[in-house]
Design a protein around this ligand. Structure first.
Ligand code: DGL
Length: 273
């Protein structure tokens, strides 16, 4: 296959990373991208970190073999579990990862009470503890893993009764405590921001780190001379380890876009076509 120049690989357990991909493509339309959704293994957020590392390693190998020159770990869970390891194992390939956006939330909160929505696995990592330790001195964080929310987003249910129930369970107690800023610490959650705003009201700030991640991708591409030139829209490829027809439908629902989707399998820790 002909190699695509300056290809950026993006991956997540499923559709969540599309919330990051849409910002990357809005900022860098000329950059060709390949997106990998590991829907055979979603959700990552309830798994052991070691298992998530194995997935992240296998997917990164596959994306590099497909010609990616930079990889975006568009998944908080995989980032907190595997980013250090990926940078070491695949050096000098540049990786950009997610970090729960506690810092900007703390800077913007007036009440000093901040809500964080992220997966169970993310909350249990030393990386998350270190973010809290560095940036959340003097504020109170209210954390909730929103059990079942990733599955609702994977099903394309962005506003149904079950999704609303999960979010109300998480958000209403936070509102009672006086939270004025809420961090999207999982890349699936920005797709339900309209529903979150309905529940908490427009005056509560909701922090989606995706635009900042897109700007970081641009900086890292520039630093490595990988930024694609021109204004023409570059192609995007989509791969899933799950059901391609379902993923295609999710691209319609979440991005209003029509794309071909290829299917891959896992075999002994490796992604194979
Ligand atoms: N979207 C991912 C994250 O940012 C993973 C969600 C999951 O698979 O549990 O954490």
């Amino acid at each position: 296959m002909k190699k695509t120049k300056h290809l950026v690989g993006v991956f997540d357990s499923g559709v969540g990373g599309l919330s990051v991909l849409r910002e990357i493509r809005a900022l860098l339309p000329a950059q060709p991208v390949i997106y990998f959704a590991d829907q055979a293994n979603v959700p990552y957020g309830i798994r052991q970190l070691e298992e998530v590392r194995t997935f992240a390693r296998g997917i990164s190998r596959y994306l590099l073999a497909s010609g990616a020159e930079l990889i975006v770990v568009a998944c908080n869970t995989a980032s907190v579990a595997a980013l250090h390891m990926l940078r070491e194992e695949f050096a000098p390939i540049p990786f950009v990862g997610m970090e729960p956006a506690v810092k900007p939330a703390v800077e913007q909160s007036l009440t000093g009470k901040v809500g964080v929505l992220a997966t169970e696995a993310t909350f249990h990592t030393s990386m998350y503890a270190s973010v809290v330790e560095r940036f959340a001195q003097g504020v109170t964080l209210y954390e909730d893993p929103c059990p079942g929310l990733v599955a609702r987003v994977e099903a394309g249910d962005l506003s149904g009764a079950d999704t609303r129930h999960i979010l109300e369970q998480a958000l209403l107690p936070m509102m009672d405590k006086g939270v004025d800023t809420i961090v999207m610490g999982c890349t699936h959650y920005p797709f339900v921001i309209p529903l979150i705003k309905e529940i908490v009201g427009e005056e509560v700030r909701v922090i989606d780190p995706a635009p900042a991640i897109a700007r970081q991708v641009k900086r890292v591409l520039e630093a490595h001379n990988l930024l694609a030139a021109g204004k023409r829209s570059a192609p995007a490829r989509f791969i899933t380890s799950g059901d391609p027809a379902h993923f295609q439908q999710m691209l319609r629902i979440l991005l209003s876009e029509e794309h071909q989707v290829s299917h891959v399998n896992w075999q002994d820790g490796k992604v194979v076509e």
